[in-house]
Design a protein around this ligand. Sequence first.
Ligand code: ADP
Ligand code: MG
Length: 327
Amino acid sequence: MSGGEFDLIRNYFRDATAQREDVVLGIGDDCALINVPAGKHLAVSMDTLVSGRHFIAEVDPVSLGHKALAVNLSDLAAMGAEPAWVTLSMTLPDADEVWQQWLASFMQGFSALAACHQVQLIGGDTTRGELTITVQAHGFLDRGEGLRRNAARDGDQIYVSGTLGDAGLALQMQQGRQIKVNDSAYLKHRLDQPTPRLALGRDLLKYATAAIDVSDGLVADLRHICTSSGVSAVVHVEKLPLSDAVSHYLNESGDWALPLAAGDDYELVFTVPLERQAAFEAVITQWDLRCTWIGSIEISEPSSQVKVVLPDGKIIDEVSGYDHFNA
Ligand code: ADP
Ligand code: MG
C-alpha cells in the first residue's frame, strides 16, 4: 500500500491499545523495543486467518477483530503464559472508505479484548491483497515453566474446560443447516467471540502436565498430546461437558461427532497426574469456569490413539473423523 498505509497506521493501529510500561518504543519506527523481565521465558505464537478459509467474507468485523486476537491469546493460555504484546499483519483488499470503516470495526473488537488482558499492539505490517490477518502474540512464563504437549504420562486424568461443540453447532447453522436450537445467540457468540482461557492456563501450571487448546476438535487436539507424549487417551463421551443448546441438539440427533470433532471452541484440554487430582478437584469447585473430567491417559499399542467410549459402552479407536460417530 502507498500513502494510504501511513494514514491507516496512524488512524487505526498506533493508539489502538493501552501503553504498557515495558514497551520502550511502540508503533512508528523500524522495530518495537520491549523489555523482557529477567528470569522469564518469552512465549511466542502466531496464527493467520484467511478470508474464505477461516471466516466468511461477510463476517461481522468487530467479532473478527476479537477472534483474530482471541485465537492467539488462546495459544498462550494453553501454554500457561501471561500475554503482553502483539503484532498484527493486515492484508486488505483496499484502503478506500468502505475498508476504512471495516478496519475501524475490526480494531474495535481487537482493542476491546486487548484491554481485558493488558495487551499492547506494538507493531505490524499493512499491505494490499486478499483479506488476510496474522497476529503474533508474545507473553511470559517463568523459567522452566510451560504446559507442553509432550508432558502427559500414563495414569494422568484428562479434563476439559467450559463446554464442547458450541462453535461447531453455530458453524453448521451458519452454513445453512436447519437446526432447531433454543439459544442460537449464545451459540453464535461462542463461534464469533471465543474467550481465551488465560487465567485457567496460568492456574493450571500448578496442577497440569500437558495442555492444548481445542481449535481443531477435541479428538484431533488430544491426539496431538498423545503423539507428543507417546501415550494414548480414553475419553468417555457421556462425560463431555455440553451447553444446554448442544445437549438438546444431541438428544434429538445423537450426533456425538459434534462435541468430539468440531473445532473453534478454544477450551483447554489438559492432563492432571493422579497424585494431584484430589487437590485439583478441590480447587476447581471455587472456580467460575467449569472443568470436567472426561477420561484418562494410558499406555497402549499402538500409542497415540484417542479411544472414545460411546454411551452404549462401545469403544471406537482409531478415530479418524466425523463418520465414525454418526452410526
Ligand atoms: P517498514 O517499512 O519499516 O516495514 P511500515 O511502514 O511497514 O514500516 O510500518 C511503520 C510502522 O507501523 C512500524 O512501526 C510498524 O510496526 C507499524 N505497523 C504497520 N502496520 C501495522 C499494523 N497492521 N498494526 C500495527 N502496527 C503496524
Ligand atoms: Mg512494513
